[in-house]
Each structure stands twice: as C-alpha cells, then as structure tokens.
Write a protein that binds this ligand. Structure first.
Ligand code: HEC
Length: 101
C-alpha cells in the first residue's frame, strides 16, 4: 500500500514536470524579437532557415544543440551565439511560438 502511494505520487510529479515544460507561445513571441532579423517575422526564413512549420520538439532540440556548442549546420557559428544566452524556458517558449506560425 505504501509503495502504491509512492508510485502514484511519482507519476503525479512526472506529469506535472512535463506540463511545466510545455512552452508559453506568448512569452516565446517576445523572446523571438531578436530572431526576426535572420528568420523573419513570420518565421519564413532569410539569413537563417525557415522556422515556420517546424515541430516545436525539432526547434527546441536544435536550439539545445547550438547552446551546447554542437555543430548543427554549415553556418552554426552564426547561430550558436544566439542560442547561448537562451534559458531552457526561453527555448521551450520560442519553440511553442515558432510551432504556432
Ligand atoms: C545573425 C542571424 C541570426 C539570428 C539573429 C538568429 N539566427 Fe537562428 N540561424 C541563423 C543561421 C545562419 C542558421 C543556420 C545555422 C546552421 O547552419 O546550423 C540558424 C539556425 C537556426 C535554427 C535551426 C533551423 C534548422 O532548420 O536547422 C533555429 C531553430 C534557429 N536558428 C532559431 C533562432 C532563434 C530562436 C533565434 C533568436 C533567439 C535565432 N535563431 C536568431 C541565423 C540567425
């Protein structure tokens, strides 16, 4: 019985954790202001690739990779400094916003 209670509490914590990670698109829109110059106001692309239409999980994964200093594409050196200053919450919020474009 005691173990069942612990297991249920753990499941509750895990589902709360993932709910908290779902990005806030409104906050993401504000954070995206610095990205417009290269990715376009509607995420249509320009200097940087098109972001509109990409899944939130893909955008977040790439931003985490840039932040970690991993090579993503041939122009990683241009993008990496942009991701370096983003918090994990910023990344989730921006990904939610670009996925809504
Ligand atoms: C100075 C121009 C510039 C700015 C500003 C900029 N980016 Fe980028 N971004 C690029 C370039 C160039 C690439 C392609 C880099 C590569 O080859 O890996 C890129 C790649 C990306 C990618 C991967 C896209 C893909 O399909 O592979 C994401 C996601 C991204 N940028 C998000 C952002 C966000 C979010 C911001 C604002 C915080 C931002 N960028 C600001 C130029 C920029």
């Amino acid at each position: 019985m005691k173990n069942t209670m612990i297991a249920l509490a753990t499941v509750g914590l895990i589902s709360f954790g993932s709910a908290a990670q779902a990005g806030d698109a409104t906050a993401g829109q504000a954070a995206y202001a610095t990205c417009i110059g290269c990715h376009g106001a509607a995420g249509e692309g320009g200097v940087g690739p098109k972001l509109a239409g990409q899944a939130a999980a893909d955008v977040a994964a790439k931003l985490h990779a840039y932040k970690k200093g991993e090579q993503v594409g041939p122009m990683t050196s241009m993008m990496a400094p942009m991701a370096a200053g983003l918090s994990d919450a910023d990344i989730d919020n921006i990904a939610a916003y670009t996925a809504s474009m």
